[in-house]
Design a protein around this ligand. Structure first.
Ligand SMILES: [Zn+2]
Length: 642
């Protein structure tokens, strides 16, 4: 963990415009900078960076936060990693604070697992090159498959012998714990005896993005029906299956420089392409791509070409897998290889330039590919043709960007020899239907979603909007002063100056309302503020993601927050000029809301007390008192009920 003083140094050094400017082209507009949001597709900039507040906010998709939030989101790093990223950029040496015992334990396990995996990695490599069985079986198999030495070395291939006691005995002699070997799937225990899991297999190490070996894939060499063709490491603290792509660590640089990524199925397909000089290639390891894997690729390029076997199963797989990729806004192309071939086989059959030519010439845009396929299938059957149009429109609907959708509709119309407007109307209909059914909600973040979700409360049952408004006034105008006007007994006006922050805090405290705060995030901000954390920077740079996001959102709101202020009077004046009515108005509203909730609760209790008239009477008196207080409150502040 980085110690607080270093965090402060990093935050002081990292200028948000400077940092974001490296990823987003920013233009000055007024006191802010604007640019195209890197987190969602847009044509007109709604991504705003404020150099004075040191925050950013996208008015299109709702992302917001400070400079650390940006790096965290954009580079897909943890909070600590994002800080280190910035420290590196600004040349600030990292001082780490001492870890808690819990953190030490968790770190120890991950570190130990990493060390054991590194040992296993080297062990498998050594066996392949130095052990007699490794050489005669493993290495000669790879040679048979025409895999070159430089490729074996680059991808750090290894071999596991037929022994049940290979890696187990070596690991034991080096003092590695049984538990870790089992956890990593390197060994298994039966009848109290530990034995090797990977046997007679070529080993493909799977690397994380930073090059750490997180798992292994083992391919059998014998055609033995008893053992699975592939054995993969189980999930562990180091490895989550759908979060890695085979080969990405070696491919990422080329993916960026070529702005394109080839997706193949298996380990040997990656090796084959790499051997033919196509280095921007990754494998999904046989299964369908997950969203996280697509996001991984999306970090390096938007252009993905999926290479499939040309048989019926391959074509089916192509159709199935692509929807998810389209949804992520990527440009997907398809290459079908000749029937009976796979990337591995063609890479050995064809010369490197033949393969590259084939890929370039046969690469088809996915939508075109699908239309061609369906056209072949439907022939002249009008019923089938209608079904096909539906199918195509459904696919185009998945594309998040509107302009791209329109382009595809035009292309599809041409290909289908149909009128463009017919397809466009079908698209529109489906679009609205989909939106109505709430389908789009799950993908898009709600634009002004300022309030963190508090699941235990049904919305509307507590004073959420007033809580939020109080917190906003506290953060935005806490250090400003306002004049509070009251009247004395004789009706003379008394003007008193107050600071917004201390006025709100003491007003809430005097009625013991802090425990009433239902939203834990607001409550924490309130408590921190009341305990002297009145510097807005403290909240902008808070280590809690939700607080950073909330604060950036609240500070980015310019005027008119909710309809309540239209009722409160002169809302055309800038907020700073009417702090008096804002502060008093929200406090009164908040207190009233709490009282009303209390009133409603008692109201609902009274009918249930038919057989306890004494208690019922007591409640009736309470109820009357509350109604009186509400009425007094309204009168005192000359407040018109809404
Ligand atoms: Zn956005």
């Amino acid at each position: 963990m980085i110690d607080p003083a270093t965090i402060e140094k990093i935050l002081d050094a990292a200028d948000i415009v400077d940092v974001i400017g490296e990823f987003v082209q920013l233009r000055r507009r007024g006191s802010n900078y604007i640019g195209l949001c890197p987190f969602h597709n847009e044509k007109t900039p709604s991504f705003t960076v404020s150099p004075t507040k040191q925050i950013f906010k996208c008015f299109g998709c709702g992302v917001a936060g400070n400079v650390v939030s940006f790096i965290k989101e954009h580079e897909k790093l943890s909070y600590q990693e994002a800080l280190k990223f910035l420290a590196k950029k600004y040349g600030i040496p990292i001082q780490e604070r001492e870890l808690t015992q819990e953190e030490i334990d968790a770190k120890k396990i991950t570190e130990s697992l990493t060390i054991v995996n590194e040992f296993a990695h080297q062990y498998f490599i050594d066996i392949l090159h130095k052990n007699p069985e490794g050489q005669s079986v493993g290495l000669s198999y790879l040679k048979e498959r025409q895999i070159r030495d430089d490729i074996i070395e680059k991808f750090q291939l290894g071999y596991a012998t037929s022994s049940f006691n290979g890696i187990v005995s070596t690991a034991k002699s080096k003092g590695y714990k049984e538990d870790f070997l089992i956890k990593l799937g390197l060994a298994s225990k039966k009848n109290n005896k530990l034995f090797d899991k990977f046997r007679e297999r070529v080993i493909f190490p799977i690397h994380s993005l930073s090059g750490k070996v997180v798992a292994f894939g083992g391919r059998v060499l014998k055609k033995d029906e008893k053992s699975a063709k592939y054995l993969n490491s189980p999930e562990s603290e180091l490895y989550t299956k759908g979060n890695h792509l085979y080969g990405l660590y070696f491919a990422k640089k080329t993916i960026v420089s070529k702005d394109k990524c080839y997706l193949v199925e298996g380990y040997t397909d990656v090796l084959g392409f790499a051997q033919s000089g196509i280095e921007n290639v990754v494998a999904s390891q046989g299964t369908a791509l997950t969203k996280n894997q697509i996001r991984l690729i999306n970090r390096f390029t938007k252009n993905l070409t999926v290479v499939y076997d040309g048989d019926a199963a391959g074509i089916k797989a192509a159709i199935r897998g692509v929807n998810l990729i389209l949804e992520q806004g990527m440009n997907v192309k398809i290459v079908l290889l000749p029937e009976g071939e796979d990337p591995d086989s063609v890479s050995h059959k064809w010369s490197s330039s033949e393969l590259i030519d084939y890929l370039n010439q046969n690469e088809t845009d996915f939508i075109h590919f699908k239309i061609n396929l369906l056209l072949k299938d439907s022939g002249n059957d009008p019923y089938k043709k209608a079904e096909m149009v539906n199918n195509i429109v459904d696919t185009i609907l998945l594309i998040p960007d509107r302009i791209t959708r329109t382009v595809y509709i035009a292309d599809a119309a041409k290909q289908l020899k149909m009128d463009e407007s017919v397809l466009y109307r079908a698209l529109q209909q489906k679009f609205y239907k989909k939106r109505k059914s709430g389908f789009r909600k799950e993908k898009k973040i709600k634009p002004e979603a300022v309030t963190p979700q508090v699941p235990e409360f049904v919305s509307g049952t507590y004073a959420q909007s007033q809580e939020e408004e109080l917190v906003r006034l506290l953060l935005k105008y806490g250090d400003k002063e306002f004049v509070y006007t009251t009247k004395d007994k004789d009706g003379n006006e008394i003007n008193q100056k107050f600071q917004v922050g201390s006025f709100i805090i003491s007003s809430i405290r005097s009625d013991s309302l802090l425990p009433e705060f239902k939203n834990i995030i607001y409550k924490q901000i309130f408590e921190d503020y009341a305990n002297g954390k009145t510097d807005i920077k403290y909240f902008i740079n808070h280590e809690n993601d939700d607080i950073r996001k909330l604060v950036a959102n609240l500070l980015s709101r310019e005027t008119k927050v909710s309809k309540i202020f239209e009722k409160l009077g002169n809302y055309t004046l800038p907020e700073e000029k009417r702090l008096n009515e804002l502060v008093i108005g929200v406090l009164v509203l908040y207190k009233r809301k709490i009282l009303e909730l209390y009133r409603d609760q008692i109201k609902s209790e009274i009918p249930k007390l038919e057989d306890n008239l004494e208690l019922q009477n007591e409640k009736l008196i309470q109820l009357n008192r509350i109604i009186q207080i509400i009425s007094d409150l309204t009168k005192k502040y000359n407040f018109t009920p809404i």
